[in-house]
Design a protein around this ligand. Sequence first.
Ligand code: 4AD
Length: 430
Amino acid sequence: MKWVYIEDIGRHCGEDVEIRGWVYHKRSSGKVRFLVVRDGTGFLQATIFSSEKDHPLFHQFDALTRESSVIVRGAVREEKRSPGGYELCVQDMETLQIAQEYPISPKEHSTAFLMEHRHLWLRSRKQHAVLQVRAEVIRAIRDFFDGRGFRLMDTPVLTPSACEGTTTLFETAYFDQKAYLAQSGQLYNEATAAAFGKVYCFGPTFRAERSKTRRHLLEFWMVEPEVAFATLEDTIELGTDLVLFIVDRVLSRRRSDLEDLERDPKPLEAISKPFVRYTYEDIIPKLQEKGSGMAPGEDFGAAEETLISQLSPGPVCITHFPAKIKAFYMQPDKARPDLVLGVDFMAPEGYGEIIGGGQRIHDLSLLEKRLEEHQLPREAYEWYLDLRRFGACPHSGFGLGVERTVSWMCGIKHIRETIPFPRLLYRLYP
Ligand code: 4AD
């Protein structure tokens, strides 16, 4: 018999097939036994029918516990009342393992308990739906950049220097040297952009964030495009198109997961371009009007990010930040050198910043000055300075955080559920 996956079952109606999976749920009613099997791609009702009370399949059924692994074989037929619209009329069943008492039950569990059992929690319907959306978001990102002629460049994880400030570096021994886990692939991407024109890197990034928030992970995935000769405006357009592409893809391919998550799709359906834009200086009074205690010159906190999302039903782009609160590499505005050509995209509905980026300094002497001001060791950045010595050009890019984007798509308030095994302050297990 042919082994098929539940998500493809509709193509096998009337055929005899084999499903390999785990027991999700079971119940009996008279001469019928109902087994809901999950195989990772979906859930299927498998029905055992017999007028014999002592049928061997009934005994096998009785022994099954939640999450026992089984192979069921039988004919697929349409059944409107069964979830998914099909059922399997079981002719034969193999039990591979009778699972021990499963620790996760339908009753409420504390988050600490679920995080401790994350390796099992992943099997739950809601967690499964979130990670299906995550996989789709990642696929959409790759399709978007590959479809636009960007070259994928893998940047290193072990690096000799900081990209996003020295306070969130994870340090590790590199034989007799020190190395840091990459906070961003950007600096290397600036080199690959000068070699390939338009590039992106996509990988795990690390920040030793000591704060415990709903929006921060210590290890998160970021996609970072970088384009030679592009300006801040070009990068805002690229970021806007990427966000719209992802939203459209999730709505067209993962509706049933959004339904499982009880995520109202309407706010996502309403998103269109252009996104509302503010400069940093223009948005401060608006936030203060809404009750923010933030002083001009400070960076946004979580409260401000939430207030910003109340300014528009779609994402909000903020530009022209004070140079003091941004990274050393940001290009100053010609007319206002105290401001930099950076951009943050804030997600709607209070999901926080999803994109950070902007235009980079391409002038050698200015970059040298900034390294000094930020007290960064020049030797470690000599190669980066070379990019300003040999064919310097304006260039821009950004980073989009996968987990923040998935939180927003799924309507999940805490980022920890958007990655299979989140790394959080005080959590390294499992
Ligand atoms: O704004 P960030 O720090 O930008 C950079 O790292 C640039 N070097 C990117 C670039 O221009 N190539 O981070 C970019 C995005 C944020 O908008 C957010 O979505 C995500 O990365 N991010 C985090 N996500 C989860 N946990 C954290 N601790 C995050 N820090 C940043």
